[in-house]
Design a protein around this ligand. Structure first.
Ligand SMILES: C[S@@+](CC[C@H](N)C(=O)[O-])C[C@H]1O[C@@H](n2cnc3c(N)ncnc32)[C@H](O)[C@@H]1O
Length: 385
């Protein structure tokens, strides 16, 4: 039909979940980078697979009215694929991605009721991992290990500019530079040491304090994390009940619940030993006495404490919940009154939601959150009863 390197003219009929334009040539799907719904583009084929091809836009022949000029100077840094789309349209698209996954992958009727976007959808990241090579500092270009040199990342806190500037003065930098900033405390961490501290910083969400180590998981968007946790709490509504916070990271969800509501007990489960240590310190920091944290796999630990669990929160990585954990949740459906599932991947969420629904849970409500404006990522919080 066509070959790699060939240029073709395409009409774009939709956007994929990873933000590429979707076009068709005689029914064969082509995913086109930097192309928006309704546009006609000239695109160069970069890859041909069995069921689809991939291409990059060479020329926009007819432009979408929703296209805007990218406000970032960095070209090809591999991120922010939706920056050329008006923000309200980004939100519409992400809500569709969630609802489409629920229907298509989950075979579920429930749809996300809304998407919570940001008032200012820039400068929201409290963390960045820059690559350094040959005096260049930035991110890997799309599909490559070539470092795109930048002086600023406009989705990251202002201080990233100073970190990059100072890092460029240092000889023999390691290949990776970690930058973290507490939005509500002003504390800075860099690794290696460029500015601020190297080991941990403090951050605050509402009136809850967190110590965050260099390598522990902490929500990257501080402003939206609070929106997400508020909804998780509204869904979980722990009333003198034991809450299991599986995949708990530094204990943030459970501790937020403890400070804002009255759970009987919080039991966190987390595989990263350092995050568990931070979670314990965070409990003390917030004078929370009813929280304990177990270092281990949620899949293994949950079944041992399942009998106590009236409310369960799961917030797994992109791959979703382990099969063994889903099975234990289903086996313990009698005592698990409410299950809150926080997810950063609509496809794996929908897959797990289907398994949970077939096992007797009912997906009652789901909301989407724009934790990463300008990118194709979307987060959800859902309640199963
Ligand atoms: C998406 S983060 C959620 C962290 C936390 N709930 C928060 O909001 O900050 C997922 C966490 O799960 C942990 N993790 C990954 N696989 C796990 C497993 N099988 N059992 C327990 N924890 C796991 C990771 O180390 C990470 O801290």
């Amino acid at each position: 039909m066509f070959n790699v390197g060939e240029e073709i003219k395409l009409e774009i009929s939709g956007l994929s979940s990873n933000g590429s334009g979707v076009g068709r040539v005689n029914g064969f799907v082509v995913f086109v980078e930097n192309a928006l719904t309704g546009e006609t583009v000239k695109a160069r084929i970069t890859k041909i697979c069995r069921n689809h091809a991939e291409a990059t836009t060479q020329e926009i022949i007819s432009e979408s009215p929703h296209r805007i000029k990218r406000s970032c100077k960095a070209q090809n840094c591999g991120g922010c694929v939706l920056m050329c789309l008006k923000y309200e349209k980004q939100l519409e698209h992400k809500l569709c991605v969630v609802n489409d996954a629920l229907k298509r992958i989950g075979s579920l009727e429930t749809q996300a009721e809304e998407i919570i976007g940001m008032e200012v959808p820039f400068r929201y990241r409290n963390k960045a991992r820059f690559h350094a090579n040959d005096g260049k500092i930035g991110f890997f270009a799309h599909n490559s290990h070539e470092v795109t040199d930048i002086s600023d990342c406009i989705i990251t806190h202002e201080m990233n500019k100073t970190v990059i500037k100072e890092a460029k003065k240092i000889e023999n930098l390691p290949q990776e530079i970690l930058f973290r900033v507490g939005f509500n405390t002003g504390e800075i961490l860099t690794n290696p040491q460029i500015l601020g501290k190297t080991d941990f910083i403090y951050e605050k969400l509402s009136d809850v304090n967190f110590r965050v180590s260099a390598d522990s998981f902490f929500q990257v968007n501080t402003v939206q994390a609070e929106q997400l946790y508020k909804t998780a709490l509204e869904f979980a509504a722990p009333d003198n009940e034991t809450v299991v916070d599986a995949y708990c990271g530094t204990g943030s969800i459970g501790l937020y619940f403890s400070k804002k509501a009255s759970p009987k007990k919080i039991i966190g489960i987390e595989i990263n030993e350092k995050a568990v240590r931070d979670a314990k310190i965070n409990a003390a920091l917030n004078q929370v006495q009813n929280a304990s944290f177990i270092n281990g796999y949620s899949e293994n630990i949950f079944k041992e404490i399942a009998k106590e669990a009236s409310v369960v929160v799961v917030d797994p990585p992109r791959s979703g919940c382990g099969k063994k954990l889903l099975k234990s949740l289903i086996d313990n459906k009698k005592n698990v009154r409410r299950l809150v599932y926080v997810s950063c991947d609509p496809a794996t969420f929908a897959r797990d939601a289907k398994i949970l629904s077939e096992g007797g849970f009912y997906l009652q409500r789901i909301k989407a959150f724009d934790m990463f404006p300008q990118t194709a990522e979307v987060e959800t919080a859902a309640i199963f009863i």
